[in-house]
Write a protein that binds this ligand. Structure first.
Ligand code: IMP
Ligand code: MG
Length: 176
């Protein structure tokens, strides 16, 4: 029996379940984008870095990887203001953009990104999100979803709490 760090309550999504689901997502994306010249896969730092690496290594369609880093203000308020700390290296005009994000909570981050990237006139724009918290009133579009989870704070597989527990191979619920 694996001993859990004392900060953690329980494992919500075990490593092998994540790996199986990521392979399924990569397969689905590969099928859907068959025939396109390449996908412009955009990972959102820092949280998406592990998901992004595992997902893109299983894609069977040509792709390039790019990253953005964001900071969000007012996480504990409803303002949800988002700021770009690091922008894309490559222009995405007329590119097939696939946004890869770790988690959808209030949807502020993804909504901001969708709005921002739409303005750059991509050929298409879709979202691939590993986990979504089940919350009232959030109806952000997700094209490829890994898992729905309860509204608890989770860490691991890229997700952190104050930079801790980010590189755990599984997703765990933090103790309250
Ligand atoms: P949203 O803008 O409210 O959808 O929040 C998305 C961002 O908040 C994610 O990119 C994460 O950085 C962070 N976040 C939200 N919930 C969690 C969580 O349970 N664990 C770790 N990070 C989270
Ligand atoms: Mg994030």
């Amino acid at each position: 029996m694996l001993s859990l760090h004392p900060d953690l309550d329980r494992i919500l999504i075990p490593t092998n379940t994540i790996q199986t689901r990521v392979a399924e997502l990569a397969e689905q994306i590969s099928v859907d984008y068959q025939g396109v010249d390449h996908i412009h896969v955009v990972g959102i730092l820092k949280g998406a870095f592990i998901f992004m690496a595992d997902l893109t290594r299983q894609l069977r369609v040509p792709h390039i990887v790019d990253f953005m880093a964001l900071s969000s203000y007012g996480k504990t308020t409803t303002s949800g203001a988002v700021r770009i700390l690091m922008d894309l290296r490559e222009p995405v005009e007329e590119q097939h953009v696939l946004l890869v994000e770790d988690i959808l909570d209030t949807g502020h981050t993804i909504n901001y990104l969708l709005h921002n990237l739409e303005g750059r006139c991509p050929a298409s724009l879709k979202t691939c999100i590993l986990v979504r918290k089940i919350r009232e009133g959030v109806n952000t579009p997700v094209d490829y979803l890994g898992f729905d989870i309860p509204d608890v704070w989770v860490v691991g597989y890229g997700l952190d709490f104050a930079e801790k527990h980010r590189t755990l191979p599984y997703i765990a619920e933090l103790k309250r």
